[in-house]
Design a binder for this molecule. Structure first.
Ligand SMILES: Cc1cc2nc3c(=O)[nH]c(=O)nc-3n(C[C@H](O)[C@H](O)[C@H](O)COP(=O)(O)O)c2cc1C
Length: 319
């Protein structure tokens, strides 16, 4: 938490902010106080393979406080998984009501459930008395319409929730358009719950716009903004460390690469994962399109590493 009482939360980004990323990120950057881990889906059969929960094992997550997230809509499966996570030592769990992807939403999971406040009501009525610790919810304004949230908030008011993390877009918007601050404000005024703001905080300017508009909001969740600028939480917290951004980014990159190399089996898997990060980080460097192209074209580990070394040798200007 900053001196101003502000908490910065790393958003769950499936395929990016896994255990490896969170640990390496915490070794290289500061200013992030906690993270919600990418979702774990409930399984009908109630089978629980260790590989599905390894990402949130407390013994592997000592560097950054994490909140596991569950995606699902069947109460008994949710209770089973949540209880397991509480038994592992977690105090908080988050329910994913925001995932916008139609494959998931069409099965009434993630943002697909937002059009059905009665189902959410029945789910919470069933689940909350049976789980042994606190629950928070991460959601969007609705699936199809921004007004869906207004039918849902009175339902959520009935239950004890740790917090509501609101990303003010609809599910069908995916990431198009802008986050709607006006509807966020209305939701904040109508809800009795603590709200956390999430969406499109990409630099200090966008952070301050949100902070000035919502002075009562103390918790901010940042996702893509931290991938494209890993220094952002330090900037928000006025932390001045080593000014040499390129050196720090290169060390962070190499550490991330080494850690993924140790766990991924094939080279394509490894370079694919690393290129994913470059899609966010790359555009933060000025005039480096040509160099970045080389990184994305690299089809072997050697070519990938060469392209990274020559990229940093050009001393690209960050931000
Ligand atoms: C690649 C990707 C993966 C995501 N995975 C998850 C997830 O597992 N759970 C979740 O609640 N939200 C997920 N989200 C949504 C983010 O947590 C966040 O709500 C969204 O990106 C808006 O915040 P931002 O503008 O700060 O990135 C994902 C978003 C992206 C782009």
């Amino acid at each position: 938490m900053t001196k101003d009482g502000i908490t910065i939360i790393l958003a769950p980004l499936q395929g990016y902010t896994d255990l490896t990323f969170r640990n390496v990120f915490s070794d290289h950057f500061s200013g992030v106080d906690e993270a919600v881990a990418p979702f774990i889906s409930t399984m009908g059969q109630m089978r629980l393979k260790p590989s599905r929960i390894k990402d949130v094992a407390p013994e592997n997550n000592k560097k950054l406080f994490i909140i596991p997230q569950i995606l699902g809509n069947v109460a008994k499966d949710f209770i089973f998984l949540a209880d397991h996570l509480y038994e592992m030592g977690h105090k908080k769990i988050n329910w994913n009501l925001g995932c916008p992807h139609s494959k998931i939403a069409n099965k009434m999971r993630g943002s697909g459930l937002l059009m059905y406040p009665d189902k959410i009501d029945a789910f919470l009525e069933n689940v909350l008395p049976k789980i042994s610790n606190t629950l928070s919810i991460k959601l969007r304004l609705g699936r199809k319409s921004k007004n869906e949230i207004f039918n849902l908030l009175p339902v959520l008011d009935k239950y004890p929730l740790d917090e509501i993390i609101l990303h003010p877009r609809t599910g069908i918007q995916m990431y198009e358009g802008t986050a709607d601050h006006d509807v966020f404000e209305k939701a904040m005024d109508l809800s009795r719950h603590r709200l956390t703001y999430n969406g499109d905080i990409t630099d200090l300017k966008s952070f301050h716009i949100v902070q000035n508009k919502f002075p009562d909001i103390k918790r901010f969740m940042l996702g893509r903004g931290l991938l494209s600028n890993p220094f952002l939480a330090e900037d928000i917290n006025h932390i001045l460390i080593d000014k040499n951004k390129n050196d720090r980014l290169k060390k962070f990159h190499d550490d991330l690469f080494d850690n993924y190399q140790a766990i991924f089996s094939g080279p394509a898997h490894l370079t694919g994962r690393m290129k994913g990060f470059w899609r966010y980080l790359g555009p933060s460097f000025k005039d480096s399109k040509k160099q970045l192209k080389k990184i994305f074209k690299a089809d072997s580990i050697t070519k990938y590493q060469d392209s990274i070394n020559s990229f940093f040798e050009t001393k690209p200007e960050f931000n």
